[in-house]
Write a protein that binds this ligand. Structure first.
Ligand code: GTR
Length: 394
């Protein structure tokens, strides 16, 4: 390569690097005027007003757009699944709950992957119990600890009559650019590698949640029809996409899921499509990178995601100081998306309050939201408010 060309290349790479490090926007005045794709106009221009047209035409279209342009495919097929119990970790709540450490083993085309699910079942009360699953993105806890109070408040959930389970996302697909394929992707679904809409880490974690549901469905002490899927931040995004793929979840809760989850991409407030794709190129489908700094070219936006879960219940929450996740964009995504609940399914799900005027949680029929003070985290306060919604909607 001649020197001139090399200098030009270096300059281009340098300016791309500078560009990618530009400060996030936190100024409402700099948020672009929103022009969002219409949830109720089909690709052929048909106005969608009935449940039949929604479920027969528009929902499948929107689902396919998210699958191909944002999250990638979650393959549903495998040859065999089996469950066995291990006994490796001490039960932190022996008085309150029994603990099942479940190895879920899945075979496909002669290859095997095993993941670990930890399930607590209440000792008091009569089952079958409703169940809450947390997709835990934190690495496996040291010293064999199973949970972290607040983040996964097992004791409080058990005391309220829930069975509750969790798995570490990394046991299905590592949360790292270099090794995310090392879980189920290279073992069970290698043909997905290299496809622009192939299985990536979010899809793999969602697949893990589906296998947990397979376990719940055959468990005599679990009422799998009363099931709640919970994720925080990156696994909040995952939970939403999982539930769009798998109708077995009665309630889906995404806490502070932000960009690529609850928040509208076109607002470009806080984390942007480009920022997330650069830092986490293995979370979303490769196709999603086409929209780096070109959000306006997306054939969808995140307000179309709740509609894929409807009429099953969906819940979002934000933290006031978590500007990176764009609380207002999360609220707008849900309030606009709730039109599927109200207009197609006839639920009382209209949001009446502007984001700036919110004074407390908004719990409607099958759709709910809260914002709390403080920083990006999943804490007991989030669970406590969310559980009120669960009580009303399960
Ligand atoms: C951030 C990322 C967010 C969010 C978060 C998390 O670094 O930019 O999209 O998912 O991680 O998972 O805690």
């Amino acid at each position: 390569m001649n020197r001139k060309l090399l200098t030009l290349l270096c300059l281009t790479l340098f300016s791309m690097e500078i560009y990618s490090q530009t400060e996030p926007n936190y100024d409402e005045n700099k948020v672009p005027a929103l022009s969002l794709p219409d949830i109720f106009i089909s690709q052929k221009g048909k106005l969608i007003q009935t449940k039949e047209d929604w479920e027969g035409i528009r929902r499948p279209e929107i689902f396919r757009l998210f699958e191909s342009e944002v999250y990638g495919t979650i393959p549903k097929d495998f040859d065999e699944i089996s469950f066995s119990l291990a006994n490796e970790t001490g039960n932190p709540y022996p008085e309150l709950a029994s603990l099942e450490e479940v190895n879920i083993t899945v075979n496909r085309n002669g290859k095997t992957h095993a993941m670990r699910l930890n399930l607590f079942l209440p000792k008091s009360g009569k089952g079958p119990f409703p169940v809450i699953l947390l997709i835990n993105y934190l690495p496996k806890y040291k010293d064999g600890k199973l949970n972290e109070e607040g983040f996964w408040p097992v004791k409080e959930l058990i005391e309220r009559g829930f069975a509750t389970a969790s798995f570490h996302a990394e046991t299905v697909a590592p949360d790292l650019t270099e090794s995310y394929q090392k879980g189920i992707i290279s073992t069970l679904y290698p043909e997905q590698i290299g496809k622009p809409d192939g299985l990536k880490a979010f899809g793999a974690w969602g697949w893990g949640a589906m296998r947990a549901m397979d376990y719940f469905e055959q468990h005599p002490q679990i009422d799998s029809k009363k099931s709640v899927l919970v994720g925080h931040s990156r696994t909040g995004k995952t939970a939403l996409w999982t539930s769009a793929n798998d109708p077995r979840w009665a309630i889906t809760y995404a806490n502070e899921s932000g960009c690529g989850g609850a928040a509208l991409s076109r607002r470009k407030y806080g984390e942007t499509v480009e920022a997330i794709n650069r830092r986490f190129p293995y979370w979303f489908a490769d196709n999603f990178r086409k929209y780096n700094d070109h959000e306006e070219e997306l054939p969808l936006d995140q307000h179309m995601l709740p509609g894929l879960i409807a009429p099953r219940a969906v819940y979002y929450s934000s933290a006031r100081e978590d500007r990176w996740a764009d609380p207002k964009g999360e609220y707008l995504g849900l309030s606009l998306g709730s039109r599927v609940y109200s207009e197609i399914y006839g639920k009382k799900a209209e949001f009446q309050t502007e984001f700036e005027q919110l004074t407390g949680p908004v719990h409607l029929e099958s759709v709910g939201y809260h914002i709390r003070e403080g920083k990006h985290d999943l804490i007991w306060e989030d669970w406590r408010i969310f559980l009120e919604f669960v009580k009303e909607n399960l």
